[in-house]
Design a protein around this ligand. Structure first.
Ligand code: NAP
Ligand code: NAG
Length: 320
């Protein structure tokens, strides 16, 4: 009896160790941003930084003594995020600012405040995003994924374009690998189009817009990176309300593919900080950084599409 108990305990222990080792090997492969250089006096603006990847990015940058502006739709949540970071570190400076990306008026107000107080910022991280089960029209009469995931970030960059250009500020756009299945429908741009598919095409499509947006900024001489953080454990899927049995069902995926939010933030921190202390323009001529291993997107981004997207976005945001 004792003999069998020993054998089974040993096999369980071996099994757990193998899983653990595979997990560690995965984490090693995903990579960590090793740079620990201090960022005193450097100003980073992060949209949607009260939760998930944006929060972790703010936290990591604060620990490196940066000034971080947490641009969030709910000031209370931003303050709570700041007090949580403050439990860990006194370094850096953390400032909350109100920004509701589903409302152009709020975006314009936010940009005005940045221009008045923080015009010499070093990096803008367009991170906020959502994925909803049911699309709806915002106050500005635009389909919500279009506005939050893409158009409002387009508007921010346009409003702050002169500061970005004159200070050589960096723009980091958080997209997703799902952009590879995205499509841009110029005929019904920003509208709700009925379909019988259950999954969220607006998410994929707006994440593709993020790539074209980055391409056009690159063509305009901006130091820009667009990236996929990789599948990470955040609040992004809150609308799908995962149940406990989903976690059991998907446990192999979770164990081998799901990053912690802190690890997911590594790509963002890497793009936001690389070459920032040297004031050099990004020596890596490629603007697409899918991850720390510099994987490339499978999409062939065409110039005429990025130009067309820029034009239609200007019209939607009434920037010209
Ligand atoms: N997690 C992943 O696996 C994954 C994979 C690929 C790409 N991404 C991308 O990573 C980015 C960050 O997402 P996350 O995973 O960290 O999700 P998250 O935890 O849900 O964080 C999203 C952030 O965006 C904010 N936001 C949503 N709507 C907004 C609005 N109207 N105005 C201002 N802020 C708004 C949220 O604020 P509230 O808390 O107030 O809602 C939150 O701070 C997104 O662009 C997402 O597409 C994530
Ligand atoms: C979104 O992208 C994922 C991954 O490529 C794909 O499985 C899914 O079908 C796409 N959704 C739509 C509606 O195209």
């Amino acid at each position: 009896m004792n003999y069998y108990l020993t054998i089974s305990t040993a096999s369980v222990a071996a099994f757990v160790s193998v899983i653990y080792l595979i997990r560690k090997q995965r984490e090693y492969k995903w990579g960590w941003c090793k740079d620990k250089q201090k960022l005193n006096g450097k100003i980073f603006i992060i949209t949607g930084s009260n939760s998930g990847l944006g929060y972790q990015t703010a936290r990591i940058l604060a620990k490196r003594s940066a000034t971080v502006i947490l641009a969030c739709r709910c000031l209370e949540k931003a303050k709570e995020a700041i007090s949580n970071i403050r439990k860990e570190t006194d370094e850096g400076e953390l400032i909350e600012l109100e920004l509701d990306l589903a409302n152009f008026e709020s975006v314009r107000r936010f940009c005005k405040e940045i221009k008045e107080k923080y015009t010499k910022f070093h990096c803008l991280i367009a991170n906020a995003g959502l994925s909803l089960k049911e699309p709806f029209l915002t106050k500005d009469n635009i389909e919500v994924h279009h506005q939050v995931n893409y158009l409002s970030h387009f508007l921010i960059v346009n409003e702050l374009f002169d500061s970005i250009k004159s200070n050589n500020a960096k723009v980091v756009i958080v997209s997703s690998k799902l952009h590879e299945s995205g499509k841009i429908n110029f005929d019904n741009f920003g509208k709700i189009v009925q379909s019988n598919k259950r999954d969220n095409k607006y998410y994929n499509n707006t994440k593709l817009m993020n790539f074209y947006f980055a391409k056009e900024l690159y063509r305009k001489g901006i130091d820009v990176n667009v990236l996929c953080p990789g599948l990470s454990f955040t609040n992004l899927f809150r609308d799908y309300k995962p149940k406990f049995y989903h976690f059991i069902l998907f446990s192999p995926i979770i164990l081998f593919f799901l990053k912690s939010a802190e690890q997911g933030a590594q790509n963002i921190v890497y793009c936001a900080t690389n070459s920032i202390n040297t004031d050099e323009v990004n020596p890596d001529k490629s603007f697409i950084v899918m991850n720390l291993r510099q994987e490339k997107s499978k999409v062939n981004l065409k110039d005429d599409v990025s130009e067309k997207l820029w034009k239609i976005s200007e019209k939607m945001c009434r920037t010209n």
